[in-house]
Design a protein around this ligand. Structure first.
Ligand SMILES: *[C@@H]1O[C@H](CO)[C@@H](O)[C@H](O)[C@H]1NC(C)=O
Ligand SMILES: [Ca+2]
Ligand SMILES: [Ca+2]
Length: 291
């Protein structure tokens, strides 16, 4: 999922971004043909093959020749290919690559500095302007519109190469896609976005629910922890200076998690339509989990 959002957000939250096409393939690897020929299978497989370590760590064999995870050295990280590989840490220091940041964090393990160091956003560190109230109000309007466009794009790709959406997701998005009334993707004024939200409110519900479910995976519990929000936050912060404040204020009860209810409220989607239970979308429909 991280791959999707990293690439999705290489443009501002308006219109249709052609880079999104590549991104979707990364998100849905099952749509990618597999070329595993089995050529790597040898008599003595490296025990470190398929041994996964968390970010910042790498697999090494210990004294007993057993694979184990140890901190990676920043100098062992592959060099950055271009400026897009740079990341800004919460220490406001630019790291050449995210590998370097996580290696640095790992080597600081047990220290306060290491505990505090996180990936803040993609790109070199820069001055992020303060988000003023009037801008904060506009942020969810633009993001809602963007989410809808992302889903419609996925739908179009899915029509050519199935696998981007589950049948149930397709069913939901088709309704939006087929609507004559929908606002086409474009660089719209905040006034127009607000008007369209009033007029076509129903078209915005699913994209907002869908994005939540995309992020709510570790674990899938209807709460977004800070780390679950990261795939969305990290690429967005350098482009949209209200991102951090928006998600902070989204957590209305300040328990450091964004609940499903807090999320929908942030995007202006109504909650608790209890009388219309039969209209509610089962959570599994949104997330695409067939459980
Ligand atoms: C972070 O670093 C950038 C670039 O060096 C600088 O412009 C900015 O003011 C710094 N931000 C803070 C909060 O210190
Ligand atoms: Ca969760
Ligand atoms: Ca909360």
């Amino acid at each position: 999922n991280i791959a999707l959002f990293f690439i999705f957000f290489q443009g501002p939250l308006v219109g249709v971004n052609p880079v999104q096409i590549r991104a979707t393939v990364d998100l849905y690897p099952r749509s990618r043909p597999s070329y595993d020929t089995g050529a790597h299978i040898s008599e003595n497989p490296d025990p470190c093959d398929n041994f996964r370590c968390k970010r910042g760590k790498t697999c090494k064999l210990n004294e007993k020749d057993k694979p184990s995870c140890v901190c990676q050295q920043a100098t062992e990280c592959p060099p950055s290919v271009n400026d897009f590989d740079h990341v800004c840490g919460t220490d406001n220091r630019t790291y050449d690559t995210s590998c370097e940041l996580f290696a640095t964090k790992c080597n600081l393990e047990g220290t306060k500095k290491g505990h505090r160091l996180h990936l803040d956003y993609t790109g070199s560190c820069k001055l992020i302007p303060q988000c003023v109230d009037t801008e904060l109000v506009q942020f969810p309007l633009r993001m809602r519109d963007w989410l809808k466009n992302v889903l419609l794009q996925l739908y179009e790709h899915d029509s050519v190469t199935p696998g981007f959406l589950t049948p149930k997701q397709r069913f939901r998005v088709k309704k939006i896609f087929d609507s004559e009334r929908r606002l086409q993707a474009g660089d719209h004024s905040v006034e127009l976005l607000a008007q369209d939200f009033e007029k076509n409110y129903n078209m915005y519900i699913y994209p907002v629910h869908w994005q939540f479910a995309q992020l709510d995976q570790h674990p899938s519990d209807r709460y977004l922890a800070h780390s679950e929000l990261a795939p969305l936050r990290v690429p967005l912060v350098p482009m949209e200076h209200c991102t951090s404040r928006f998600f902070q204020e989204c957590d209305a009860d300040k328990d450091k998690q964004v609940s499903f209810k807090e999320w929908t409220t942030c995007f202006g989607i109504k909650n608790g339509e209890k009388k219309k239970m039969h209209c509610r979308i089962p959570y599994s429909w949104i997330s695409g989990n067939h459980k």
